[in-house]
Design a binder for this molecule. Structure first.
Ligand SMILES: [Zn+2]
Ligand SMILES: [Zn+2]
Length: 290
């Protein structure tokens, strides 16, 4: 292993056309928000969507967006968080000592706080919500789905974008969206479907946000999906600190690395990076209505 395995990757060549990181977790990255935004802006990443995963993280996202014009917020209970709240897992919401966790009442209380935050003007999205069958076992499915349905309702009532986390749950995510009726603007974050699913998303007008894993060697199905997705529905994200694009895989990710993924995406589409960046800029603004 090289000695710099955990070191932050170098600044990429700046984009000539500014672009947005549609999904990041600044609160899980090292360094200050100001530094992360400055580093990103230096390479043309002038807008980020900060995504909350629990009540405390969602409050933080809303506050951070209110304090920084470059930041928009999305608020939610992550699909892996909802079952923790219901089952009273000590790693869940209860760790913040706000209330004893457990039961549907605890989930309802957390959802009420997400609902309150979703009304704020700097909060542009409700998410990340959805279904995760990779991290959550069968015993958590009911809580996940109940939470997902509630988030869809909140997004629609407030007219905010719905940000979907779909991990190994494509069919059920699409089914629940159909049953509830998707909000006007729905984003599949860290899009992980194949080309056939991209067609389904395109038919429904769902945005597909591609993360650094689109650059991974074994990710040809993702590139096939990107190749057939309508350009006006394509977004890019870091999901930082996770999913650092090649050739920096495994090292810490941050919004300033968007150009690396964006350039790889332009290559897949066979278009210039300026055209890709311009499309992503206007698509992200349309998706989150800012
Ligand atoms: Zn996610
Ligand atoms: Zn995320």
């Amino acid at each position: 292993m090289p000695a710099d395995k955990n070191a932050a990757p170098p600044q990429p060549e700046p984009l000539r056309v500014p672009a947005a990181d549609s999904h990041t977790h600044l609160d899980m990255q090292s360094g200050t928000v100001e530094d992360a935004l400055a580093r990103a802006a230096e390479v043309g990443v002038t807008t980020v969507v900060q995504v909350g995963c629990d009540v405390a993280g969602s409050r933080w996202a809303a506050e951070t967006a209110a304090a920084h014009p470059a930041v928009h917020a999305a608020v939610a209970l992550h699909p892996n968080e909802a079952p923790r709240i219901v089952h009273g897992d000590p790693d869940g919401w209860s760790r913040q000592g706000e209330r004893p966790a457990g039961g549907d009442a605890a989930l309802d209380e957390a959802l009420a706080e997400i609902d309150r935050l979703a009304a704020l003007p700097h909060v542009k999205g409700v998410g990340e919500t959805g279904l995760d069958y990779f991290r959550t076992g069968p015993e958590g499915k009911a809580a996940q789905e109940r939470s997902f349905r509630a988030h869809i309702e909140i997004a629609k009532r407030h007219g905010k974008a719905l940000v979907i986390h779909d991990r190994e749950a494509h069919e059920d995510v699409l089914r629940v969206l159909k049953e509830e009726g998707a909000p006007e603007r729905t984003v599949f974050h860290c899009y992980s479907g194949d080309a056939a699913m991209a067609q389904v998303c395109a038919e429904h007008g769902y945005f597909m946000s591609f993360a650094g894993n689109v650059t991974f060697k074994n990710a040809q199905p993702l590139r096939d999906a990107l190749a057939v997705a309508p350009l006006e529905l394509v977004l890019v994200e870091t999901d930082a600190p996770f999913l650092t694009p090649a050739p920096y895989r495994g090292r810490p990710n941050a919004p300033y690395l968007i150009p690396v993924t964006l350039r790889a995406m332009a290559g897949v589409r066979g278009i210039g990076e300026d055209a890709m960046a311009a499309a992503i800029s206007s698509n992200t603004a349309r998706a989150f209505d800012y």
